[in-house]
Design a protein around this ligand. Structure first.
Ligand code: NI
Length: 173
């Protein structure tokens, strides 16, 4: 397994719209293993292929406390979302150290292929529902900070750009 590099906001590649997966094959299961390793190592609960610079409709999720309930969504489609919404705090492995409120549907129903290439339907609520919506946004090139006000977003952008420069300078020393 390989740990992959997670793109960081405001990297423009995070705004790429992912294409459907055309073949559930060995290459894809390798990518899924690598994405899980990367996500667990970074202590995240979800990771979209977009975040590791692979622009295919693929998501890995594990919202369990014991980190033993991996979930793979290939070509996910939202088939239903509740009208009822809730404002919850979100973070993102591509936006390290930033947490802010985003309004999401309380429950969703999603259809996706699993690693056996079978179409599955999942009903989710709570954290899992939020995570699915957050990761599916990544596949459309959308990062959660885009739901925030332009003022907040610019502040985050400036902070992360400075953080990256500082890291590069430290690494060069
Ligand atoms: Ni994210």
């Amino acid at each position: 397994m390989t740990q992959l590099t997670i793109l960081r906001y405001p990297d423009p590649r995070l705004h790429t719209v992912a294409k459907p997966v055309t073949d559930v094959n060995q290459r894809l299961s390798q990518l899924v293993s690598d994405m899980f390793e990367t996500m667990y190592e970074a202590a995240g609960i979800g990771l979209a292929a977009t975040q590791v610079d692979v622009h295919e409709r693929l998501i890995v999720i594990d919202v369990s406390e014991k980190r033993d309930e991996p979930m793979v969504l290939i070509n996910p489609e939202l088939v239903w979302r509740s009208e009822e919404t809730r404002l919850g705090e979100e973070g993102c492995l591509s936006v390290p150290g930033i947490y802010d409120g985003v309004e999401r549907s309380l429950a969703v129903k999603v259809q996706a292929l699993n690693l056996d290439g079978q179409l599955q339907t999942y009903e989710a609520e709570g954290t899992l529902a939020v995570c699915i919506q957050h990761e599916m946004d990544h596949l459309l090139g959308k990062v959660f900070v885009e739901y925030l006000s332009p003022l907040k977003r610019n502040r985050i952008k400036t902070k992360l750009v400075k953080q990256k420069k500082d890291e590069e300078r430290d690494a060069a020393r």
